[in-house]
Design a protein around this ligand. Structure first.
Ligand SMILES: Nc1ncnc2c1ncn2[C@@H]1O[C@H](COP(=O)(O)OP(=O)(O)OP(=O)(O)O)[C@@H](O)[C@H]1O
Ligand SMILES: [Mg+2]
Length: 523
């Protein structure tokens, strides 16, 4: 056997094995490396998964609960601190000057996460006292650069308020993240770590991406708030408009009713005055005729005995007629007097209508309203005393005001008469005066029947009455309304059916106190 080829083939065999071994070793190392990579990726994936879970729970928190900005920020601090194993987190808010949007400062918000509130008590207290300007401290440098800041040894250098306390708590690293809302820095979240190795890239990334989510949530909450407050503003404006519309309707109604009243008053005035004149003249004629008849009767009585018997016989017939005429005459007198009373009543109504229409030229004086109240009470006391107890609470401090005292008396009287008419049996009327800002107020309350919802809108309209014919004309309050309006004041009513009614009169104070107050006794 040839030795040469055998050795050659062994050599080849060895070389091939070595190569195979090297290849195996390389493959083994490659496998180990990719295994390590796989493990690392796995860990990263687990981490990211966990971070994603926390972000989802943060978003859910903001959406599912009826949350606000403070709660959202608290939740953010808590999630970040728990995930990164940082013991403390806190929020600073950016305050912008109203004059200049670029003038800012950072004020501590009372929004915290602390692993142990007791342990961090002093540190929190000191933080709450600290405000930062841009470029000042950790939050300040975030404010200036708009970027997150990490300090490995935050409490080592310099001298600042929280330094000693930070060291005592073994805090080492500090991290601050900006929260942007509508494109501007809104707040800064500041975190502290008790181990600088906790500055891991994915921790910082998590805090940043959670901050981005929180920013979106805050933008939503702020937009909702803005929409809500705009809605509220719109609702208020609508209510105000409705109120103005009601007032306008009321004013224009009163104005046209005033014109109508003025027209009626004018038209009635003339016929009523010649009716009155004619009735009085008719009365005089009747009187005259009665005198003539009396004289004639006396004359007949004197001559009766001298008349021939057949003429004197007819006397009894004349006597019967004469009695009838006497009866007619006295009836005519009664009819005239009743008609005159009616005319008088119509005249009063015309006067009230004129007053409602503000046609009368009134005289204004400086008067203390208490005097108006006292004098009016005197005039109608007889009507009130059997119906009610009257309680007076007149403020001695109210200033005198410029008004037409006769007309103010008329208003007080109308309201007092209404109050007494609303009381069945015995009740209480309270009359108060007081000053409220730049107005003098007269409040008149009664314990009467009250006014129904349905009627309360109509009571100031002329001729609105719930009283029987002959008792109420329905002019009292409409006239009073006109008088108070003419004085630049207002009259309001509050009533509860079955409990009673309060009228409130407000009259503006004009500062002419150097004119002496006059005694009012005009009612
Ligand atoms: N204090 C009150 N309590 C209950 N109802 C009232 C009161 N004041 C006014 N009213 C109601 O308002 C209506 C209008 O009052 P207003 O004084 O204008 O007319 P009136 O009293 O009916 O008649 P007038 O005053 O012309 O004699 C009254 O008929 C009554 O229904
Ligand atoms: Mg009345």
């Amino acid at each position: 056997m040839n030795k040469e080829p055998l050795q050659e083939s062994i050599k080849k065999e060895k070389a091939a094995r070595k190569k195979a071994e090297r290849l195996l070793k390389d493959k083994g190392e490659e496998l180990l490396l990719s295994n390590k990579k796989l493990q690392k990726n796995n860990r990263n994936l687990k981490f990211k998964n966990e971070a994603l879970g926390l972000l989802v729970s943060l978003i859910n928190f903001a959406h599912t609960k009826n949350t606000d900005i403070t709660q959202t920020l608290k939740c953010y601090l808590e999630e970040v601190c728990k995930f990164c194993k940082w013991p403390l987190g806190h929020i600073y808010f950016v305050q912008r000057s109203l004059k200049n949007n670029n003038e800012t400062k950072l004020t501590p918000g009372n929004i915290w996460y602390g692993r142990s509130q007791e342990k961090f008590k002093n540190f929190i207290e000191q933080t709450m006292k600290t405000e930062f300007q841009a470029d000042d401290g950790i939050p300040g440098s975030v404010m200036k650069t708009n970027k997150p800041v990490w300090l490995d040894h935050a409490f080592d250098e310099g001298s600042f308020l929280r330094q000693q306390e930070g060291r005592k708590l073994d805090m080492i690293g500090a991290y601050a993240v900006p929260l942007f809302v509508f494109g501007e820095i809104y707040a800064i979240a500041e975190f502290f770590a008790d181990d600088s190795s906790k500055k891991k890239k994915h921790y910082l990334e998590f805090a940043i991406s959670a901050a981005a989510q929180v920013s979106t949530i805050i933008e939503r909450l702020l937009s909702e708030d803005r929409v809500k407050s705009k809605n509220k503003e719109l609702q208020n404006a609508l209510n105000e408009l409705k109120q103005i519309q009601l007032q306008l309707v009321q004013t224009s109604k009163m104005a046209s009713l005033g014109q109508l009243a003025a027209g009626i008053a004018h038209e009635i005035n003339n016929p009523i005055s010649y009716l009155e004149n004619n009735l009085r003249i008719l009365g005089k004629y009747v009187n005259y005729y009665k005198g003539v008849r009396k004289k004639r009767q006396l004359f007949f009585d004197k001559i009766i005995d001298f008349l021939p018997a057949e003429i004197a016989k007819e006397k009894s017939e004349y006597d019967t007629d004469s009695e009838k005429i006497n009866y007619l005459l006295s009836d005519i007198e009664a009819l005239i007097s009743e008609s005159l009373e009616g005319v008088q009543r119509v005249t009063e109504i015309v006067l009230s209508l004129k007053s409602f229409a503000r046609l009368d030229e009134a005289e204004y004086k400086i008067v203390n309203i208490n005097e108006c109240v006292e004098s009016t009470i005197k005039v109608i006391w007889n009507e009130l005393k059997y119906k009610c107890e009257l309680k007076k609470e007149l403020s001695p401090n109210i200033p005198s005001i410029k008004c037409n005292p006769g007309q103010i008396n008329q208003v007080i009287m109308n309201i007092l008469v209404n109050a007494s008419q609303a009381i069945e049996g015995k009740g209480l009327i309270t009359i108060k005066t007081l000053q409220s800002n730049s107005e003098v107020c007269i409040l008149i309350s009664d314990t009467g029947s009250g006014i129904s919802e349905e009627n309360i809108h109509a009571i100031f309209e002329p001729f609105f009455t719930t009283k029987p014919v002959g008792i109420g004309t329905g002019l009292g309050l409409s006239v009073s309304y006109g008088i108070i309006q003419k004085h630049g004041g207002k009259i309001e009513v509050h009533s509860e059916l079955g409990l009673g009614t309060t009228f409130e009169i407000f009259l503006p104070i004009t500062r002419i106190n150097d004119v002496p107050s006059i005694k009012v006794n005009e009612s």
